[in-house]
Design a protein around this ligand. Sequence first.
Ligand code: AHG
Ligand code: MN
Ligand code: MN
Length: 345
Amino acid sequence: MPTLLTSRLTTISHHIDEEQNLHPEATGEFTSILNDLTLALRIISRDVRRAGLNDVLGLTKDTNVHGEQVRKLDTYSNDVIKRAMLRSGHICIMASEEDDDIILTPSNSKAKYVLVFDPLDGSSNIDVNVTIGTIFGLYKRIDPYSDETATIDDVIQPGYKLQAAGYALYGSSTLLVYTTGHGVHAFTYDPTLGEFLLTKENIRLPHRGKSYSVNEGYYYKWSENMRQYVDFIKTPSSDKSRPYSLRYIGTAVADIHRTLLNGGIFLYPADNSHPNGKLRIVYEANALAMIIEQAGGRASDGEKRILDIKPDNIHQRIPLIAGSKEDVIECESFLKGEHPMQKII
Ligand code: AHG
Ligand code: MN
Ligand code: MN
């Protein structure tokens, strides 16, 4: 009896080519940029995994065996991405968490794409060997046919203008999760091949989950409505839908990835020491919000859709509530003081 072969072997390059066909106007630049970005992510993955060894091999924080300056992993990752993105000549301007100001490229006036990124998310987890990641978003410049130098306005576009977004996760394996607006797809890196292989296509979030992800240490800094929401999901219910379990890694991209796969809700809310939350909208929240929405979830600042918010500056902070649609809507109703349970309390 002949067998029907269905599970094709797909690399990230194959997939980007296929996605490229969904963006006919992108004429190959898209493919070239995303392939250069995956090269940078493979280099960062290799060096993240060596980070612990640097000390063992006598690589101090200051110099390495070649006498080169061994810089902190996040500034090193920052340089790797910036240098990789110069190759294609298709990027005109960049913004990074590690650079105070915009980064113009030599091909500035001719290129028409914009990259925003957090080179290493979860830096506080590097030294304790906990999952960290890289977050990125790709825009077209506001006027792709302009021959003027790109400006900060090309970087602080609202998230709904993103052409692509995604993240790498340096955990038990290295994952790459991305979307170009046609679903969310995950690839696992095989270091023996040097390839990212497709492992999950069209990831969909459950409408409701069973876990929440927030730093409860700030409980007494939150608004009363946020405290009431978290109290609510921790209170056992007769239908056993509550309590939720708490999962918090402290690396946004890892907490979001678990929420993407299992459902539930991630929260980095405002508090009285972070009036606008801690996460940055341009290179963290927007990309994560696009991924969550493309997988059928919802992402807001507690009130407004993240992707609709026009950033004022590169490093603007924003509260982020993201995950399963029903969970985020329920949290938003608490934050507005409109949830029926708040009438009883
Ligand atoms: P980064 O390492 O890029 O500065 O980001 C760290 C962020 C984010 O990854 C995580 O969700 C958050 O910091 C954790 O903050 P708390 O330690 O305040 O919970
Ligand atoms: Mn970060
Ligand atoms: Mn960072």
